[in-house]
Design a protein around this ligand. Structure first.
Ligand SMILES: Nc1ncnc2c1ncn2[C@@H]1O[C@H](COP(=O)(O)OP(=O)(O)OP(=O)(O)O)[C@@H](O)[C@H]1O
Length: 314
């Protein structure tokens, strides 16, 4: 379900330009070590990376919750530092952390947020957002009476009240049920088709593979890869063999092809049928027995692990 870029993409300034962004926290942690990339208007862009890669730090800087130590960000051609309010008006950020005024109702929360953006008479759009995110029957409930999943829906709703041109979703589906996941993606997919740019961070790589046209992979504060999703996947043509090994260890010749290993559970990259036979023969020759053997097409998770773990080894 990859979404095509909006037709006007070439004419507009990029949705987001990140230039040489560095962030060192007061405790000395270098969360961003000079990150640069551009997201064109109308893209569905994935920002992936293992825990601690720096994704949330980048989004916090974008949302004005943290300041960059060095570097520049611009949103729809507006420098985030010089045109803070105008740039922020174009952004709808769904953060990971849930914080609300507990005594406001859901509808009041959204009206309050509309007021923040100077929007009056926004009730029709608020009603539509509530409907699309399955919140209509909770509209008059106080925030503190909602379940965690429902609060997360309000977080999404809140980011959309001012119809932002760029929707930034930081782990929007972490811990949410299938129903929200589906309604969220269908709604976001429509907003994207209508021209919104979407920037998504997620640990669900299948989600990123299905939704994103381009993917950036961050690792330890640096950009480790940035490619169109299909190019990223084709970097890793072939299949992967997964098995539990007993009776011996992997022969040294196979070690460069190991994608991941947890005790006896190994995942090894293999090419065509001849390569698969050759690797199986090497294993047999090394006295290794294979249990629960499966061979499947490589997916984004394999590419991701290959990129992030090879950087670790380097
Ligand atoms: N307020 C802070 N003070 C000090 N260090 C911080 C702070 N916030 C984050 N860090 C550190 O900065 C690095 C990047 O963290 P960040 O939360 O941006 O990563 P992430 O890619 O979003 O990770 P995750 O996938 O776990 O959300 C980590 O080493 C983290 O411990």
């Amino acid at each position: 379900m990859q979404h095509a870029r909006a037709p006007h993409a070439q004419l507009s300034p990029p949705a987001l330009v990140v230039e040489g962004l560095r962030k060192t926290y007061p405790n000395g942690t270098e969360a961003l070590k000079g990150v640069s990339f551009t997201v064109e208007e109308g893209e569905f862009f994935g920002l992936l990376g293992p825990n601690g890669a720096g994704k949330t730090t980048l989004i916090s800087i974008l949302g004005g919750l943290a300041t960059a130590s060095v570097g520049r960000l611009s949103v729809c051609g507006l420098d985030l530092h010089k045109n803070k309010r105008a740039a922020a008006r174009r952004l709808g950020i769904v953060p990971q952390e849930i914080t609300f005024d507990p005594f406001l109702t859901v509808r009041e929360t959204l009206r309050f947020q509309s007021g923040y953006w100077g929007l009056s008479g926004n009730d029709r759009w608020i009603g539509e957002i509530l409907e699309r995110l399955g919140l209509s029957d909770k509209a008059d409930r106080r925030m503190n009476a909602l379940s965690g999943g429902m609060k997360r829906r309000v977080l999404v709703a809140q980011a959309l009240v001012h119809r932002p041109r760029i929707i930034v979703l930081d782990e929007p589906t972490a811990g949410v049920d299938v129903e929200l996941r589906e309604s969220l993606w269908s709604f976001i997919g429509e907003l994207h088709a209508a021209g919104a740019t979407v920037i998504l961070t997620t640990h669900y790589l299948q989600e990123a593979q299905a939704m994103c046209g381009r993917i950036a992979i961050m690792n330890k504060g640096e950009l480790a890869a940035l490619e169109r999703t299909e190019d990223l996947l084709s970097r890793f043509e072939g299949r992967v063999l997964k098995a539990r090994i007993t009776g011996g260890d992997l022969p040294p010749a196979l070690l460069p092809h190991v994608i991941r290993r947890h005790g006896p559970e190994v995942t090894v990259r293999v090419g065509d049928a001849a390569d698969l036979s050759a690797k199986l023969a090497e294993l047999t020759a090394a006295g290794v027995r294979l249990e629960n053997l499966t061979v499947r097409e490589a997916d984004l998770e394999d590419v991701f692990l290959n990129i992030t773990t090879s950087a670790e080894a380097a």
